[in-house]
Design a protein around this ligand. Structure first.
Ligand code: E4P
Length: 221
């Protein structure tokens, strides 16, 4: 399973890139608004900051409702940074979103269909040619449903029907989510940088380092 970082915060993106584990970046309107920056400018900065990743998702804005409006926005977005091939157009899981997905896929543009909460929605997005589908697990957990189970079912469905779309486990909130979606067969988990930090740590790693340092100090003295 690959890691994408789920943020529009440039510092967090650079930190994740620096440690060499990053395959992509996902953003959404809420994450961009939180940064208080211009949307297009920030996408351009992200593309420049992470040149070797496979995908940077830029989501069409909530005022694009029809497929035509989404496609018009996508066409502007793909011009950013000289038609960088990594830019991925993130589209909502709506009928116009699927229509735009099919259109852009035919044009060779990468797509990510977002806000998926059922296996049927994932199936539709895959059939519309989505490069990536993003089932959200944390938001299902928030309403007392089993979010990981959604990833299990989507992965199984895609295996049975040999579907090419990559599954991005989204709305990942903590380390246990990461392990469980990896075991379920998600191709990618998109996670906040804080989750990457959390999964890098273990108290026994810290204790071990402390002991090595103490023993070393004694021997050197
Ligand atoms: C995915 O692409 C979304 O940006 C994201 O994972 C949403 O996560 P949240 O439910 O924690 O806001």
């Amino acid at each position: 399973m690959k890691f994408f970082v789920d943020t529009a915060n440039l510092e967090d993106i650079k930190k994740a890139y620096k440690i060499g584990v990053l395959s992509g970046v996902t953003t959404n309107p809420s994450l961009v608004v939180k940064e208080g920056v211009s949307f297009e400018k920030r996408i351009e900065e992200i593309l420049q900051a992470v040149p070797e990743v496979e995908s940077v998702s830029a989501e069409v804005t909530p005022d694009a409702i029809t497929a035509e409006e989404m496609i018009a926005q996508a066409e502007e977005l793909i011009k950013i940074n000289n038609n960088d091939k990594n830019i991925t157009i993130k589209l909502p899981m709506t009928l116009p979103g699927l229509e735009a997905c099919r259109y852009l896929t035919k044009k060779g543009v990468k797509t990510n269909v977002t806000l998926i909460f059922t296996p049927n929605q994932a199936l539709l997005a895959a059939r519309a040619g989505a490069t990536y589908v993003s089932p959200f697990l944390g938001r299902l957990d928030d309403i007392s449903e089993d979010g990981v189970q959604l990833i299990v079912r989507v992965a199984e469905l895609f295996r049975i029907h040999n579907l090419d779309s990559q599954i991005i486990a989204a709305s990942v909130r903590h380390p246990d989510h990461v392990t469980r979606v990896a075991m379920a067969g998600a191709h990618i988990a998109t996670v906040p940088f804080s989750v990457i930090e959390q999964i890098s740590k273990h108290p026994l790693t810290d204790q071990g380092l402390e002991k090595f340092a103490n023993d070393w100090k004694k021997a050197v003295q």
